[in-house]
Design a protein around this ligand. Structure first.
Ligand code: PEP
Length: 253
């Protein structure tokens, strides 16, 4: 069975004490998970060390960075390299989140560079893709996401692409409370898997976990996660409340 993943994205929220408390509550209240179920907590850079130490005794938990720089090292004041992340034993990194694309003008090509650096430094990228409302309204979402996938991922070898986690996050559903329907989610996830299969073959496509993100909450997670091509979720707002996030984790297949 493909890995089923509940990933949280805390974004620029909390402080160290509140983050510690939130993670502690999640860890002490989460039910026992199966081997194929995984929780990945994407925390702000200053909390990585604390979070890494805290999850050390739960083998179903991993920590992720929310971003990395697209150059290996150098005069980029304020940026964080993949090598820095690797040196503190972070194993995952969100790449290409729509907020990075929108506010920091990240392009598909830069995201490809980040993916390469992540893989070179043994970080598994959580690659975000997804269309905005005008693309969805013009029914061009399938082509839009295909271009995102091909420009950022399709230079990878078969072995490399298998290390990527894909998060389909329609921008119109992020932080808006407007969740895509289970049907819309399944259709896009099936499309993503088909696009990958066309390039890498079905065996590879069937190994890749594809998460849904966009206003996932305690009430809708289970229905979405139950869709055939959905392998869990990337959760923003609802992951900041321990009780809600634990309920979301409990919805994993
Ligand atoms: C996100 O930021 O990746 C996200 C999905 O946020 P939210 O769950 O708040 O929509």
């Amino acid at each position: 069975m493909r890995k089923q993943i509940a990933a949280s994205n805390w974004k620029m929220n909390l402080n160290l004490q509140k983050a510690d408390e939130l993670l502690q509550t999640v860890l002490t209240t989460v039910p026992k998970l199966k081997a194929h179920q995984q929780v990945i907590i994407a925390v702000p850079f200053p909390f990585l060390q604390m979070a890494k130490e805290k999850i050390a005794t739960n083998s179903n938990f991993e920590i992720a960075a929310q971003n990395c720089h697209h150059k290996k090292s150098g005069a980029f004041t304020g940026e964080i390299s993949t090598e820095m992340l690797q040196s503190i034993c972070v194993n995952y990194c969100i790449v290409g989140h729509s907020e990075r694309r929108e506010y920091f003008l990240e392009t598909n090509n830069q995201i490809a560079e980040k993916i390469n650096l992540c893989l070179a430094d043994q970080l598994a990228p959580i690659f975000c893709c997804g269309e905005n409302l005008s693309v969805r309204d013009s029914e061009n979402q399938n082509n839009f996401v295909k271009v995102q996938l091909s420009e950022s991922l399709f230079h990878l070898s078969e072995d490399e692409i298998k290390k990527i986690i894909i998060a389909y996050e329609p921008i119109w559903a992020i932080g808006t409370g407007k969740t895509a329907t289970a049907n819309q989610v399944q259709q896009m996830h099936a499309h993503i898997r088909t696009v990958i299969a066309e390039k890498y073959g079905e065996v590879v496509a069937n190994e890749i976990s594809i998460l849904y993100g966009g206003s996932v909450n305690a009430a809708n997670a289970k229905e979405i996660f139950n869709c055939q091509d959905v392998d869990g979720g990337l959760v923003g707002g609802a992951s900041l409340k321990a009780v809600d996030f634990v309920e979301i984790i409990s919805g994993l297949k």
